[in-house]
Design a protein around this ligand. Structure first.
Ligand code: LFR
Length: 492
């Protein structure tokens, strides 16, 4: 029996999941779950790095006391980073990408390097949150701090460093930065030079599956555990989630969590006018292929809406929210779920009402109506993006695999099947942790390769199929939705 620990830091929480592999099936055991709440100080949104590292240590201690651990791997969302000074200490708390400091930064960058060139060199979708634009913003606001940087470590790399004292950068997370050459799988010298970012600041790159080092003797002693190897997994949570898609044929995936990452796996990056036009990204996947995907809003609006209802004293579980939404009138109002104002923390229901009024639509009033319009608009947007991806690849797919927490949202899975007109296979819900575990097991040779791993996932976890329903009705509303988007009516 191989036993490895996956630490997955997501937007709603962090989780420590023990993966046990008996040579045939994979079993998961949740060891610890903790909050991941950003800190707001002087108008800046930061990672609560101390609390998270405390919980990571806690997770290790708890897991190691339950069972022997062969290794541990950490994944987080992309683009965010910590900065080290020349003594190897953190220069400041890492800033969270939902901070507003990067608003408009990609436009400024385009004055230095055209959008076309930025895309051609990195294959990354141009999003203000990308590491390059965060760095530009830092330089603009605090050049002194920028000059003190000795090493930039992306968040999983930073946690690996805190555990092992070894500073390395794993490739899947590097590929989210807009600083990375997706063909050579190296830092892009041209981007670094153009934006005056010293190459020495960037970490030495390692492949997923590589061992970063062992937990330092001091830490092992503090925790009363062995000096466990720390593995660079697909440390970008999306790369981990995609690794667990239970399919060995060509597939479309929706990695459904706070964000929705929609795309497919391809052998070589696709960087051309159409992919730029649709703002589709090329990221490195956990097994050397490329994930061609688009990053659009996901369950964030539902999560934030649930929190707002709570603040107002109405407590719902996610299944209760889905239940009330089922009974609300369909297609009351359409949202562009990627509208900027929906991306920041706060009172989302209120913003939806303001948005509906400003776009001359029915104003959703009840909790049920609010939740329904979010789910419906997400499903409509999924169809749009799937059509874009298919156009870029030049191929039609017949099945959509939904992995991640959203695979449990039956309402959204069914609406997706209806909107897209394709069969949906939902699961596994614990995709990110499973992908993290798989890469550790491949790294140690316990599993041969990703193909074998995907068969193991298929036989180890519950998958649910959804067939499209009411296709005509959804098609009709999809057409209206596309029209409204096209003529700018969904942007107040
Ligand atoms: C998903 C994700 C996306 C990335 C976004 C911000 O959790 O990692 O892939 O674009 O978060 O980093």
């Amino acid at each position: 029996m191989k036993q490895v620990l996956a630490l997955d830091l997501g937007a709603s929480n962090g989780r420590a999941i023990l993966g046990k592999y008996d040579g045939e099936k994979l079993y998961l055991q949740e060891i610890h779950r903790f909050e991941n709440i950003p800190i707001e100080e002087e108008n800046t949104l930061y990672w609560d790095i101390e609390a998270l590292f405390f919980e990571i240590k806690n997770s290790l201690r708890l897991a190691a006391h339950i069972s022997h651990l062969d290794s541990v791997g950490i994944d987080t969302w992309g683009v965010d980073f910590g900065l080290l000074d020349s003594a190897g200490n953190l220069l400041a708390r890492p800033v969270h990408y939902r901070d507003r400091r990067t608003e408009g930064m990609s436009k400024k960058a385009e004055k230095i390097l055209t959008k076309e060139k930025l895309y051609q060199l990195t294959g990354n979708q141009i999003l203000d949150i990308n590491t390059l634009f965060q760095l530009m913003s830092l330089k603009e606001r605090n050049v002194k701090q920028f000059e003190q940087i000795n090493k930039l470590l992306l968040m999983p790399d930073l946690f690996n460093y805190l555990l092992t004292n070894t500073a390395k950068t794993e490739i899947t997370i590097a590929s989210t930065t807009q600083l990375f050459d997706p063909y050579k799988k190296k830092w892009s010298k041209e981007i670094l030079n153009t934006f005056h970012i010293p190459e020495s600041m960037m970490g030495e790159l390692v492949e997923p599956g590589a061992t970063i080092g062992n937990i330092t003797p001091v830490l092992a002693e503090e925790l009363g555990i062995a000096e466990i190897p720390v593995i660079a997994v697909g440390s970008h949570d999306t790369a981990s989630a995609i690794a667990s898609v239970p399919c060995n044929e060509e597939f479309l995936f929706i990695s459904s969590g706070t964000w929705s990452l929609i795309g497919t796996e391809i052998k070589q990056p696709i960087i051309n006018e159409t992919s730029l036009y649709y703002n589709i990204t090329n990221e490195s996947s956990a097994d050397k292929t490329t994930s061609l995907l688009k990053n659009i809003a996901g369950l964030w609006m539902i999560q934030e809406t649930k929190r707002q209802f709570e603040r107002e004293g109405r407590i719902y579980s996610y299944s209760e929210l889905a239940e009330i939404a089922q009974h609300a009138k369909p297609f009351n109002c359409y949202l562009d779920t990627d509208y900027l104002e929906f991306q920041h923390p706060g009172n989302i229901p209120k913003r939806i009402r303001q948005y509906a009024a400003a776009t001359d639509q029915y104003v959703p009033n009840t909790d049920a109506e609010i939740v329904r319009v979010i789910y419906e608009s997400l499903a409509l947007k999924y169809r749009l993006v799937i059509e874009e991806i298919q156009e870029v690849i030049g191929k039609e797919y017949s099945i959509v695999n939904i992995v991640g927490g959203g695979a449990q949202a039956e309402i959204l899975c069914q609406m997706t099947a209806n909107a897209v007109g394709k069969k949906v296979i939902a699961g596994p819900a614990e995709a990110t942790a499973i992908g993290n575990i798989i890469v550790q097991l491949i790294g140690s040779g316990a599993i041969q390769d990703l193909q074998q791993a995907r068969e193991i996932v298929k036989s180890s976890f519950r998958l649910v199929e959804y067939q499209p329903k009411d296709e005509q009705l959804w098609k009709q509303h999809y057409e209206i939705y596309c029209h409204l988007l096209k003529v700018g009516r969904l942007h107040p």
